[in-house]
Design a protein around this ligand. Structure first.
Ligand SMILES: Cc1cc2nc3c(=O)[nH]c(=O)nc-3n(C[C@H](O)[C@H](O)[C@H](O)COP(=O)(O)OP(=O)(O)OC[C@H]3O[C@@H](n4cnc5c(N)ncnc54)[C@H](O)[C@@H]3O)c2cc1C
Length: 741
């Protein structure tokens, strides 16, 4: 058995110092979350996670859920574990007291959900989906529905599921075909749903399916989708399960991971139609379902944290035991944890986990503010922050969760790749997280298309402004680690800020090209927010050290972890070439980079032409594009922001008419657009010499673009300051020529 030890000290630190649990406990309705109660709840949850759920994790992986004679059987021990979980009252933790919930803050229940998922993600998926179903019914259910179903779902006596996906309708939910036909006071549902997590199981006496379906006269797309509550067993007047509804488990999916979780194909209405009840209004089902999806998205993001934590603990323990080779300077062979590269991997895992955990708990704490703050404006502001952060937590944490689980395998060496050690189970289990609950590509689209553009970046800029404030507190610290954090964090926040401006400025011009950068933008967002989270943690730890509060080693580790993350994970600052910057290609064929402020020279690029003005530069770029043999695949023409602004200023043109319009900025901006949309196509950079070398620097740093970068440097007569994208430069010559394709 692979042990799991809930990281209570770190969880408590993140809850108190990052999510602000003590302040949340002052809000009306959250008063019972006293420090003592929080400690007691965390301790008890840790016992269930460590002693009951964690030992079943590899049992579930080996045995898998099975379909026997139309009935799903969960692996040995799971049903009993669920009974202990429900009887312990764990299911009711975050729900409203009027339906039998304990009304504890979401921030606290998030920490507890992390434990369940670290211990046994295959098990935890059942409560995770039930949480979403309960929140959905709390928000949108009729009084009757609440009376019949809510209390039992809150207690865990029954569980809820989410039924969206059909073979032809995955990300495109609007393509779903399951039909609902009115039949008296209810509806008859027929159709097939696939991939339904815990769509059937043997934990509880009833299962309450939340099903999206379409009425016969519904408009096409998502505007014609309605939501129905469809129980596995129809409920008798006394509240107990009665006749079986017309729902059949057709099969279970064979999956890469989470083997214990039954992923069901469900047939509704083989025999005349499953009985269902409308939730909310007809054709407004997708809005209701979003309540469930938002909850599930945060909690799936948390699964990324949870699996990463489990993988980290296992890798750390293995590295302390496995003896292999003598580290430099040692006289004897030592455990591999003494090798610098193993330490690097472990520290990278730990730092990223703490950053992800912090951001997830902060988001959960914001949900508490959005629900309980007395002032409506404060509630609305908190909700805006939640909306902004949820896709980031979901996608950034789950992508990192996979990377970290993979690092866990790497730390084990060959023993990680074979099944016996269990390290690879975490990687297999983690792999689903970037896919379900809206793929990470869909999350990134949501961040750009909805969350950023609905207020033209206002919520994001508020968040960025808040992150910037930390600099003045970092500056006051004496410890050198804080200087390191500052050095990396301030430009990283600047990078996020310019990328945000770029997205907002470009969306109206060319949304298709802009959204090509959605995933890198989201990654940048998460990475920078993670740096800010750890910087906050470091400041809080320093304050604890100053007050002699808590374990000094723990607090000191927080500071060094933040500095490590700042150096290793935050986007690299533009490097200066220094004295070596004028070197020709080195022995590895790496091209020298111009230092900032240094004019670009021919040896910096494959092809360099000095031209007198931007018109000639563009003309030359067009010529190159049509004449070079590799132009068959097309160039990516990258304009620096000065040239671009001038092209945009021309009536009837915009830089989109040219191959690609990009403002120059920093590496993340380019990550966000050009690189992802143009793959390995050759680059032509057009811009003034003193600015475009920044671009050259960026592009030449990227191995995959070596040999594919042509730089056309323009010598401006009067080098102006780079204008921002929206401002129009004056006093310079005008570009009159456009590239033709
Ligand atoms: C183990 C498991 C459990 C699941 N549990 C549930 C559940 O309980 N309930 C439920 O309803 N569903 C569930 N799902 C379904 C899951 O939510 C979908 O698989 C997911 O939404 C993706 O849909 P799809 O598989 O059809 O992929 P597709 O939609 O076909 O996507 C394929 C690829 O195209 C990309 N793509 C598609 N559209 C766009 C776009 N507009 N922009 C950019 N990229 C795009 C996707 O990002 C992805 O990379 C589960 C799936 C699995 C595997």
């Amino acid at each position: 058995m692979i042990p799991y030890s809930p990281p209570l000290a770190d969880m408590r630190f993140a809850l108190d110092e990052l999510a602000g649990l003590p302040q949340i406990a002052q809000l009306p309705g959250c008063e019972q979350a006293s420090a003592d109660l929080v400690d007691a709840v965390l301790d008890e949850a840790a016992k269930l996670a460590r002693d009951v759920l964690a030992p079943l994790n590899d049992v579930g992986d080996r045995e898998r859920a099975r379909l026997e004679n139309g009935v799903v059987r969960t692996p040995s021990g799971f049903k009993d574990a669920y009974r202990r979980y429900a009887e312990g009252g764990w299911n009711a933790l975050p729900f409203e007291p009027e339906h039998g919930g304990q009304g504890l803050p979401v921030a606290l229940s998030t920490a507890i959900l992390e434990m369940w998922n670290s211990a046994n993600m295959g098990f935890a998926l059942c409560p995770l989906l039930n949480i979403g179903a309960v929140e959905l019914l709390q928000a949108h259910g009729s009084d009757e529905q609440k009376r019949i179903y809510l209390a039992k779902m809150v207690s865990g006596e029954w569980t809820g599921t989410m039924n969206l996906t059909e073979p032809q309708a995955g990300s495109d939910v609007g393509a779903l075909r399951t039909r609902a036909v009115k039949d008296g006071d209810h509806y008859r549902i027929s159709g097939q749903k696939i991939f339904i997590t815990y769509g059937d199981h043997d934990f509880t006496a009833n299962i309450v399916h939340m099903v999206l379906a379409r009425l016969p006269d519904a408009p096409p797309g998502t505007k014609g989708i309605s939501l129905f509550l469809v129980p596995k067993f129809l409920v008798k007047p006394d509240g107990s399960p009665g006749e079986r509804n017309d729902i059949r488990t057709v099969s279970l999916e064979h999956k890469l991971g989470i083997h214990a979780s039954p992923t069901c194909v469900l047939a509704f209405g083989d025999n005349g139609g499953a009985v269902g009840w409308l939730v909310g209004e007809e054709n407004r089902g997708i809005e209701c379902m979003f309540t469930m999806m938002n909850s599930a998205r945060l909690n799936v993001g948390l699964q990324g944290v949870a699996i990463a934590e489990r993988a980290y603990q296992q890798a750390r323990d293995f590295a302390r035991q496995r003896i292999q080779g003598k580290p430099i300077g040692a006289k004897t062979a030592l455990p591999i944890v003494h090798h610098p590269d193993i330490r690097r991997m472990l520290l990278a895992m730990k730092a990223q986990i703490e950053a992800m955990r912090g951001l997830a708990y902060i988001t959960a704490g914001m949900i508490d503010h959005a629900r309980h703050e007395p002032q409506p404006e404060t509630r609305a502001a908190a909700q805006r922050r939640v909306d902004l952060l949820i896709p980031v937590v979901k996608a950034w944490s789950t992508d990192l969760g996979v990377e970290i689980a993979s690092l866990g395998v790497q730390v084990h060496g060959g023993m990680g790749y074979i099944e016996e050690t269990g390290a690879v189970q975490h990687l297999r289990d983690a792999r689903i997280n970037p896919i379900y609950e809206g793929t990470n590509g869909i999350q990134a689209n949501d961040l750009l298309g909805r969350k950023l553009m609905r207020d033209r970046g206002e919520a994001a800029r508020d968040f960025i402004a808040e992150m910037r404030l930390i600099d003045r507190f970092l500056e006051m610290q004496r410890d050198a680690a804080f200087a390191t954090i500052r050095t990396h964090l301030a430009p990283a926040i600047g990078a996020l800020s310019s990328a945000t401006d770029w997205v907002v400025d470009n969306w109206d011009v060319d949304p298709a090209r802009t959204i090509a950068g959605a995933v890198p933008y989201l990654k940048l967002f998460g990475t920078v927010a993670g740096g800010w989270v750890l910087a906050r943690a470091a400041l809080a730890a320093q304050s604890r050290l100053d007050r002699r509060d808590g374990e000094p080693g723990f607090n000191a580790a927080k500071i060094s972890t933040a500095a490590f993350y700042a150096e290793q994970s935050l986007p690299p600052r533009r490097r200066r070439a220094g004295p070596g910057g004028t070197r020709r290609r080195d022995d590895h064929g790496v091209r020298p980079r111009p230092a900032l402020g240094e004019p670009v020279r021919p040896d910096h690029c494959d092809h360099m032409v000095q031209v007198a003005n931007s018109e000639t530069a563009l003309a030359l770029a067009c010529e190159l594009r049509s004449s070079r043999p590799d132009s068959a695949s097309g160039f990516s023409l990258v304009l620096d922001e000065f040239v671009r602004a001038r092209v945009d200023a021309q009536p009837g043109t915009n830089s989109g008419d040219i191959e690609l319009g990009m403002g120059f900025g920093d590496i993340d901006l380019h990550d966000a657009g050009a690189f992802s949309s143009h793959g390995n196509r050759p680059f032509v950079i057009v811009g003034k010499a003193s600015g475009s070398h920044d671009l050259a620097d960026i592009i030449m740093q990227r191995d995959q673009f070596h040999g594919s970068c042509t730089l056309i440097a323009v010598n401006w007569r009067k080098p102006p300051r780079p204008p921002c994208l929206n401002s129009r430069p004056t006093g310079c010559e005008t570009v009159t020529r456009k590239c033709s394709t």
